[in-house]
Design a protein around this ligand. Structure first.
Ligand code: AMP
Ligand code: MN
Ligand code: MN
Ligand code: MN
Length: 291
């Protein structure tokens, strides 16, 4: 006689509604960390990461809120990196966020933001928009994290532009009057801070970078060589056609695949928390280890 035991069935990670990229008022999001977590839970997210730009200050609050709701939580961060004259974002997932090297590295990465903000304001003043530094600060939730997004909100509310993307197009993108070049963290440093904190480094929204295929290959090679492990495939910053393009890239480069809305707020983000489609077939989800 054959005895068949009903071993507990482990859920296929691919079916888990994971949203592993979003922002709070600790960087350039519009909702407090606890509100972002509650919203994620309300919208059906089952595994959630808060990934503020260069900052971990929202993670205690987010983690406590997630725990109270019974929502699985992954501590994260999105590190600003300068690579070959481009700004690249590296998401760190599952980080032990009190690790001193990570904390110090992020503090250094944030360090130049205030001086940059003053420069942006000076350039905007020369372009006919006075008072933008003080104006942007009214939208800032964390004085260490003044972002171009805060300037954009100020310009929209003062009627200079209709919405945030228009401000970037006209004033804040490279080549525009309010753009200030800036040096962020080095790629290898960002990857090392994340790895040494037990986390998984993931290239954020690869479809957004203005890199030709050769430069993208070089970026990925350097990222992998430094210890990088994953890439965002299904992202709020990608078109559906790009989901397939970056799925092929993830397979080709043998990178783990991630999924995240890059939610910044209800009125600004075109993608709601937890609402993206699942990963294309054949990919290894970066979140298997947390399910
Ligand atoms: P910063 O780190 O201060 O340079 O600001 C970068 C942030 O600006 C990104 O994380 C996005 O939230 C926002 N951003 C960048 N480009 C655009 C764009 N074209 N439209 C809207 N938001 C943008
Ligand atoms: Mn942002
Ligand atoms: Mn980003
Ligand atoms: Mn982001």
């Amino acid at each position: 006689m054959t005895v068949v035991t009903d071993a507990p069935r482990v859920r296929d990670p691919r079916t888990v509604n994971a949203d592993l990229h979003c922002h709070s008022t600790v960087s350039d999001g519009v909702l407090e960390p606890a509100e972002v977590v509650r919203r994620a839970h309300r919208h059906g997210v089952e595994l959630f990461a808060l990934t503020d730009h260069d900052e971990i200050a929202g993670l205690d609050e987010a983690q406590a809120t997630a725990e109270a709701l019974g929502l699985a939580f992954v501590p994260g961060v999105e590190v600003s990196v300068s690579w070959a004259h481009e700004t690249i974002h590296v998401v760190g997932l599952g980080i032990a966020y009190r690790e001193p090297a990570l904390v110090a590295g992020l503090a250094r990465t944030r360090g130049g933001r205030d001086a940059r903000a003053r420069d942006i304001a000076q350039q905007l003043a020369a372009a006919g928009i006075p008072g933008a530094y003080e104006g942007a600060l009214e939208y800032v939730g964390n004085p260490e994290l003044v972002s171009r997004t805060h300037f954009a909100r100020f310009l929209v509310d003062r009627g200079y532009c209709a919405d945030v993307p228009e401000v970037f197009d006209r004033y804040l993108s490279e080549g525009r009057p309010g753009y200030v070049a800036h040096r962020w963290a080095r790629l290898a440093d960002a990857v090392r801070w994340i790895r040494d904190a037990g986390g998984v480094p993931v290239i954020a929204h690869p479809g957004r970078y203005k890199l030709d295929p050769l430069a993208m290959d070089a970026l990925i090679e350097e990222f992998r060589g430094a210890g990088g492990l994953g890439i965002e495939v299904v992202s709020g910053s990608h078109t559906p056609a790009q989901y397939d393009e970056w799925a092929r890239a993830a397979l080709r480069w043998r990178l783990l695949a991630s999924r995240g809305s890059d939610f910044h707020g209800p009125d600004e983000s075109h993608v709601e928390l937890g609402s993206l489609p699942p990963l294309p077939a054949g990919l290894e989800p970066v979140w298997s280890r947390w399910c």
